[in-house]
Design a protein around this ligand. Structure first.
Ligand code: ATP
Length: 367
């Protein structure tokens, strides 16, 4: 049982703030993913949790106890890094038991734990091998075994998949998820890859410039991004975003009116960001005489297309500007230069303030 609470934590390095007044909670057994672009402060936050860096202000609590000043070895957290340095001259078993041997724990005390972890990670047959004779995935499993054998109350993982090739990455990712389902140890996992975050997380915390942008279930972040940054960061291919003029809480796309939410804030805006995901745009095969209510229509010309496998990502020019949409790789896909008529539901539109970039629907979506 371990609940971690980060309260108003700041970390300053030589006058610049790497983590800015950040608060969040990690529930018992939760898999929380910290995601954001390079330099956003995710590794720093992980190192603050581990005790490898001192917080500049704020507190870190574990089950209500302030652990902000505890040295790393007294926190009982295990860290797994992207460079999972194993000792090359030691066997797998010696690598796994290194910490226990250093602490001079009697062998009979940890023998059963080592066997259990070896079984869990399918390392039983490899215990006497040296790391040089293991595959990349097996080495990563040894690093995990070494972290797990301590039975930590929190796992801290810093991009553990980033040095692996695509196939191995999937294998190790599945291994981490299976392990989490079995052990249910609270985990904080750092990545810059939103896809990894979406597939692994119970909840995702999106960081940018040391600021927490939004925290929530992957589905929530995808459907209701709190601001323009999260909208552009979460989702692959990324959302189409256009900055458009608006007046009296309405904007026009060609001759079609889009009403902004009926709020004072929206009425005072002169610009708005309109977002639509490539997967929410469809081609209309025939031009309806009367456009269907609740949909927006756009005339478009294909500039180029990318084959992704099951789908094409079509790039088109429209009156809004360049736009991308996904189209099934079936039948006759439109070619470069071809005219297409596109439509999307107004329900799939995302609207953000032109001034503070916050989602204009945020009150309703957070209710
Ligand atoms: P990446 O994905 O590239 O690892 P990150 O999101 O993990 O990036 P951090 O490593 O946490 O980012 O860095 C956040 C900011 O703090 C960066 O601007 C970085 O240059 C700065 N920083 C990190 N560690 C130190 C340090 N020891 N001394 C000075 N500045 C630092």
């Amino acid at each position: 049982m371990s609940k971690i609470r980060i309260e108003n934590v700041c970390k300053e390095f030589e006058g610049s703030m790497a983590v800015k007044n950040l608060s969040l909670e990690i529930a018992d057994g939760e898999f929380l993913v910290l995601v954001g672009p390079s330099g956003c402060g995710k590794s720093t936050l992980l190192r603050l949790l581990a005790g490898l860096e001192q917080i500049s202000s704020g507190r870190i609590l574990q089950d209500g106890n302030d652990i902000s000043l505890l040295p790393p070895r007294e926190r009982n957290f295990s860290m797994i890094f992207q460079n999972y340095a194993l000792f090359p001259h030691m066997t797998v078993e010696q690598n796994i038991t290194f910490g226990m041997r250093m602490r001079k724990e009697p062998k009979q005390q940890y023998r059963a734990r080592v066997d259990r972890v070896a079984e869990l990670l399918q390392l039983g047959a490899l215990l006497n091998r040296k790391p040089g004779k293991l595959s990349g995935g097996q080495r990563q499993r040894v690093a995990m075994a070494r972290a797990i054998v301590r039975d930590p109350s929190l796992f801290l993982m810093d991009e553990p998949l980033s040095n692996l090739d695509a196939r191995l990455r999937n294998e190790v990712r599945d291994g981490i998820m299976t392990l989490h389902q079995q052990l249910k140890t609270s985990t904080v996992y750092v990545t810059h890859d939103q896809m990894e975050a979406m597939t692994m997380a119970d909840r995702i915390a999106v960081l940018n410039n040391g600021d927490l942008q939004q925290i929530g279930a992957p589905e929530t972040l995808y459907a209701h991004p709190a601001n323009l940054f999260v909208a552009g960061f979460i989702g692959m291919p990324s959302m189409n975003i256009f900055k458009l003029p608006c007046q009296s809480a309405e904007l026009w796309v060609e001759d079609q009116r889009i009403a902004l939410p009926d709020t004072e804030e929206a009425k005072n805006l002169s610009e708005v960001y309109l977002g639509i995901r490539p997967e929410h745009i469809t081609e209309c095969s025939t031009e309806p005489e009367i456009p269907e209510a609740g949909y927006l229509y756009l005339q478009a010309s294909v500039t180029h297309r990318e084959l992704l496998g099951a789908d094409y990502l079509n790039h088109v020019s429209t009156s809004l500007g360049g736009l991308r949409y996904l189209r099934e790789n079936r039948g006759e896909a439109p070619q470069k230069g071809q005219q297409v008529r596109l439509r999307f539901s107004l329900q799939d539109l995302h609207l953000f303030s032109g001034t503070n970039q916050q989602n204009l629907h945020r009150e309703t979506h957070h209710a």
